[in-house]
Structures are given as structure tokens and as C-alpha cells.
Design a binder for this molecule. Sequence first.
Ligand code: SF4
Length: 459
Amino acid sequence: MITEKSFYQYLKCPSWIASDAKAGHLDDKLKDRLQQDGLLPHVERELLRGRTVVEIALDDPEEGFARTLEEMKKGTPTIYAGVLLHDRYVARPDILERVEGKSKFGDYYYIACDIKRSRRLKEEYCLQGCFYADILGLVQGTKPTQGYVMHPNGEIESYLLAEFEIKYRLTLDSIERILEGTEEPHFLTSDCKQSPWFHVCKKDALECDGISRLNRVWRSEAKELEAAGFKTVTALAGMHRDLVAAKVPGISPDRLQFLHLQAKALVENRHIAVGHIDLPESDIVLIVDIEGDPLRDLYYLFGILEVRPEGTRYHSFLAKKPEEEERAWNEFIAYIRGFIGVPIYHYGWSEQEMFKVLGERYGTEREVLAMLEEQGVDLLVRLREAVIFPLSFYSLKDIAQYLGFRWRHDDASGLNSVLWYEEWLKDQKDEMMQDIVDYNEDDVRATLVLKEWAEKNLG
Ligand code: SF4
């Protein structure tokens, strides 16, 4: 079967589809929704409140399609969780909406819309939209020309399907070929971590020593390097950088030097300093980490590590129920207000994004939001400017583990934290909430380890 999920999987890892086909899809609806930027059904239903909706939501594709077709023939205005079926194509758009026009059902036809938590349109959404339109064309005799995505605030964004048609056709062809047994070359990226098979292929991917082991190397750069004869990281590291530059004119000398150093770091398994780290001077600093549940478009834990010369203290502001998000956010903000001028460290850009979303959601004063932005220090950005690690991934976990930090929980990850929170909401088990808080505390403590290591080694 080819489904809308096949497009998501293909873009993350072409081998994912083949592995699922061989071993059987690991059915985890919650994880699937999480990975594909979906929301929980009750959150989605809330977004459809006020419309005349018929919900299908049947697991069996044929049964689901028969029910959906019935509703389409009746002209039901909005069909939620319907199924479209044609040969081995099975599509489950979140919404089928009746619009004016012509189809074999009468003076109307249906368009498809997915509900996605991301506030920006991603390529995978548009390829999925092309897939829905294709099957709708076969089912109702009219192919829509526009694709739609509903965002968590209820806003609907449209896009022209024709703009994605070529990429869609090429991707569909590749998916068909993979299912017939063709192997596609793989390319190590942070997207690999989305694949449930990554633990199986990771060792091979690292051992085969391909150029994609270099952190954030572009596909076009990898092609250039491979065409010039550097098919492995070891080959690149083993050549003098001037000779590399002579053989690869298509990549700028600065960038090439950077990639060459990355290759050396990996082969020699040591980090290489490339500059001094530029961190603000302050006796007191805060380190923040926010946990969100994308399935609910909710932020449930605001963790802060207060670091003073005399020691550290961890504080957590928790929303034990979704309705408590506003209270937890306001308590977090009230606490932060006491630290004017103090650097607020975070790892990666997402905390700043969350500050903006929550600030808008709860009408937080502009001065406070400006303070969070001005005092914010993205440690990842600062590290990238100063050091190359012998790592293919630069996540907090990858770098902190390289420096010797260990998380208390073996399964600690952002994804698992969300699943634990969902379990907490269901069962209210204290141990589950403790795991969530421990994971958050370990994250901010790991960030402190990185900061202190950087000050000592790159200052
Ligand atoms: S290394 Fe990445 S692209 Fe290659 S098979 Fe594994 S997950 Fe897929």
C-alpha cells in the first residue's frame, strides 16, 4: 500500500518504506501523529466546531472508503477522518470539504485539507496534498487544483498543487520502485532519527564512512566531493587541504576547509577548535528548556537551572493538565522578570520560537518578550562558531554524551517526553511525571556541562 505517510517517510529516509514493507509497519498511532505533525483527534474536532461534520475514522481501508463514498454522494459538507482508496493507494486526509463546482456526484466536488501543527507549509504536506488530489480525481471525476493545510489556530493556508506536481510524480515513482525492490542511496541527516529503523542502520551508515557522515553537509556538496573522488570521509581527511581545494572547485575554499576539518575530526575522533567562544560575562546565568506536546499544541513544562557561584538550583513550572499552561507560563515569566540583564541560555532556536508563540497566546508584555530575546544565548550557535566535534549530529544529547554527561533515563528524548506526558494525562502515575521532570532537569544540566566545557576549552 502507498499512503500519505509514504511521502513523509521517503523524504526522511528512502529505506524506511522498504524496511516497513519487509518487516511490517510498527503500528503506533500516537507516534505517527507526532512525527507527521498531526494533533490529537479531540483537538482536531475542536478546530472543526461549528461545521456540519461527519466523522468516519475506521481502520479498515475498504470499510472506511465505503462510508466516505456514501457521505460524498450525499454531499455532506465536511467529512472528518475519511478514507480514499484506489488500487493500492490509500489516503486519509483529515478533512474532505465540499465546494461548488462539478463532479460525478453533482454540482459540487471535494477538496482535501490536513490539520498540521506546524505554522509553516512544509514540502511533505504539499506532496501529500498532491496525492490526495490524485485520488480525489479518480474517485469523483474532478481533480482539485489547490491543496490546503489547517494550522492549530484554525487558519487555513492554500497552495497551488501544480507547483509541486513534478516533485510529487518523481517521489511517487521512487516509492513505487522501492516497493518493487530497488534500493535508493541513503544520506545520513538528522531526519534519520525519525526512522524507527535507525538503530538498525546507524552502525552501517557510520561504518560505510560515506560523505554524509559530515555534520550538515549539503547533498550538492556531497555530490561534488564524490565526483572529485572523495567517496569517504577518510579519503577526504587523508588529502592535504590545498589538494582538496584544487580538485573541488565547485565549493568555496572556506566551506571546503570547514568540511575538510570536519572529516579530520571524525577520522581522528577528536574535537577541533576553530575559534574562541563568545559568551556573555556574568556570575549568574539561567538555563532554560521548555517541553511541549505538539499533539495538543501545548507547552507543559518550563524548566530553569539557576546557576550562581555558590551553586545551582533547578525550578520547574508545570502544567499538570492542559488547562494549566497559562498559569505555568505566567509563573515562568514572573520568575524570569527577577533576572534583568542575566544571560538566559538555551540549546537551539526552538525556545525563542516558543516564547513568541506563548507570548502571543497569552498577551505577554512586549518588554518581557524583548528581554527574553535580548538576554537569550543560543549555545548551539555559539558552539558551532568555535568548535568542530567528531560527530555526525550536534543535538544536545550527542554533544553532551561525547563530553561524558549521562541522562538518568535510558530512553530520554524529546519524543519520549511527549509520550510520557500523554501517559501521565491518561494514568496520572507520579513516576511518569517524575521521569518528565528528571528528563528536563538533565537537559538543562547537560547544557550547563557544555557551557562550562566551552568556557574552559574555547574561551
Ligand atoms: S542512515 Fe538514515 S537514510 Fe540511511 S537507511 Fe538509516 S535512516 Fe535511512
